[in-house]
Design a protein around this ligand. Structure first.
Ligand SMILES: Cc1cc2nc3c(=O)[nH]c(=O)nc-3n(C[C@H](O)[C@H](O)[C@H](O)COP(=O)(O)OP(=O)(O)OC[C@H]3O[C@@H](n4cnc5c(N)ncnc54)[C@H](O)[C@@H]3O)c2cc1C
Ligand SMILES: NC(=O)c1ccc[n+]([C@@H]2O[C@H](COP(=O)([O-])OP(=O)(O)OC[C@H]3O[C@@H](n4cnc5c(N)ncnc54)[C@H](O)[C@@H]3O)[C@@H](O)[C@H]2O)c1
Length: 452
């Protein structure tokens, strides 16, 4: 069976769904191909349910902070309402009817199945051939990267999907990987009573961010009873009834009821038929230009492009591709400053370059740091006030090229820093601004003063 449309979108996660809905809404004939659920990873197994978990765990932590601050509370953690909320409110029990209807109500043609390029402008899906007059867009996301650890293959370990769908929490958990997924979930489970150990290969947690952020997180997690093993990897893994046995490269042996592998996500290009359009199926990601073009008539957006695996990046890229496909005014720049927030407590908000990245680029780097507990708001806040603001400036241009805000609202404090970095606001101008008192973002002023 063959079908001719204007645009074929392969993969209907945040990137593909946004693009398909926008183009269908603009009157184009759009076929959206989806192998699992319309909406992709973010609403069903990632951002949304994990942030519901984070919110619940945050409430427990705040209640436990009451003594010495405002009374006392007897806190009894209960996973049942979290599991129910994930099923009923976040995922409709992993049913994508609402998202599918949003697309088809706009006139979109939803094709269930796994799409594969079959030459320029052509996509094959289970015996059906879709031909695009105007564009094919790849938006197939990424898959968990599981390291080759002896014994691990074939064992019933968790990825984030099983963690998010858990109806019952394990008594103990080893988390392999101290990045965003590992730390958000480790803290949630720890606060609900699971005994958690985090194993991170790099020298500090959250190695993509400033080391100071990783150190603050390690202190907070350890203070909550979580064991942290930075600079360690798994040497071997075994499993018997009752749980997992993980031997670290140091020789230490860890035991736990469950193992969560959170060692990164990678674009999965296998089976996409990239060779049929002259692209390398062995590449790490699908390379794109500033308009998200991958080849003539072919666009790619989202995690698949390897350019920052965040929903907001997928949406931004999708909008660039939409405008390019519609032939509208120049598409939005693909090189804007990318904000990143890890939703631990404290949150880690970051934008632009870390100090090390700035030095590696040969910039004349100045850094300024302010500790949150010694800021006015941090001191008032008291329990749960761990955090800092770190700024990275290019001294020659007199602008910030990177910034990190760790704290109870680090992701929100980030907004001002995002504007400063993205718009290259001169440091002299930032210093002359008035910061409201007493706010967490007030610490930015002290960090600016520290740049000298
Ligand atoms: C636990 C977790 C928490 C996260 N939290 C956040 C967060 O708080 N904030 C944030 O910004 N990001 C977060 N992320 C990252 C975010 O989920 C991704 O960046 C985002 O989902 C990427 O969107 P995408 O459209 O590129 O791909 P995906 O969401 O992966 O969607 C790709 C879709 O393509 C489909 N597909 C794949 N191959 C084919 C094929 N051949 N044919 C048809 N369909 C196919 C898949 O089934 C899927 O539905 C989190 C990720 C995880 C795992
Ligand atoms: N809040 C958010 O926006 C959010 C939340 C979760 C995930 N995400 C996205 O999902 C992506 C994947 O998340 P992730 O946490 O899996 O990846 P990640 O790359 O952020 O972290 C993986 C960690 O695992 C470590 N690691 C790798 N191999 C290891 C090994 N053998 N033993 C021990 N440690 C090992 C790495 O050093 C790294 O710190 C992230 O890049 C992020 O973009 C975003």
């Amino acid at each position: 069976m063959e079908r001719l449309v204007d645009v074929v979108v392969v993969g209907m996660g945040p990137g593909g769904e946004h693009l398909a809905n926008r183009l269908a809404g603009a009157g184009l004939e759009v076929a959206g191909v989806e192998a699992e659920l319309v909406g992709g990873e973010c609403p069903y197994w990632a951002c949304v349910p994990s942030k519901m978990m984070v919110r619940a765990a945050g409430l427990l932590a705040e209640a436990r902070r009451l003594p010495g601050m405002g009374g006392k509370a007897e806190v009894t953690a209960d996973w049942a309402p979290v599991a129910a909320r994930i099923r009923e409110e976040a995922t409709d029990d992993w049913d994508d009817r609402a998202a599918a209807d949003r697309f088809t109500d706009r006139g979109g043609h939803l094709v269930r199945g796994r799409g594969r390029l079959a030459g320029p402008g052509r996509v094959a899906v289970d015996g059906q051939l879709l031909t695009a007059r105007r564009a094919v867009v790849l938006a197939t996301g990424a898959k968990p990267f599981v390291p080759e650890v002896p014994g691990l293959d074939g064992l019933p370990y968790w990825t984030h999907r099983q963690a998010v769908a858990a109806r019952r929490l394990p008594q103990s958990l080893i988390v392999l990987g101290g990045g965003a997924i590992g730390l958000e979930l480790a803290q949630v489970f720890g606060r609900f009573g699971t005994s958690v150990t985090v194993v991170e290969a790099a020298g500090h947690l959250l190695p993509a961010e400033e080391p100071e952020a990783g150190r603050v997180l390690a202190e907070v997690l350890e203070g909550e009873g979580t064991t942290v093993r930075p600079g360690r990897t798994a040497f071997s893994v075994g499993h018997r009834p009752g749980g997992f046995e993980v031997t670290l490269d140091s020789g230490e042996v860890l035991y736990a009821e469950q193992l969560l592998v959170a060692t990164g996500r990678r674009p999965d290009l296998t089976g996409l038929g990239l060779e049929s359009v002259g692209l390398d199926p062995e590449a790490d990601a699908v390379a794109v230009d500033g308009r998200m073009r991958a080849a003539p008539g072919l666009w790619a957006v989202g995690d698949l492009t390897g350019r920052g695996a965040f929903t907001h990046v997928a949406l931004h890229q999708a909008e660039s591709a939409v405008r390019d496909i519609l032939g509208e005014d120049p598409p939005t720049d693909g090189d804007r400053a990318v904000p990143r927030v890890t939703f631990t407590d404290p949150e880690v908000g970051a934008v632009g370059l870390t100090e090390r990245e700035a030095v590696e680029r040969g910039l004349t780097v100045r850094t300024g740091t302010a500790e949150l507990p010694s800021s006015a708001r941090g001191w008032i806040h008291k329990r749960g006030n761990a955090g800092l603001v770190k700024l990275v400036a290019d001294a020659e241009r007199g602008v910030l090229v990177g910034a990190t805000a760790v704290g109870p609202t680090g992701g929100e404090v980030l907004y001002g820093l995002l504007i400063a970095v993205d718009a290259a606001v001169p440091v002299t101008r930032l210093r002359s601004m008035i910061h409201a008192y007493p706010t967490f973002h007030g610490a930015v002023q002290a960090a600016l003063d520290d740049l000298d």
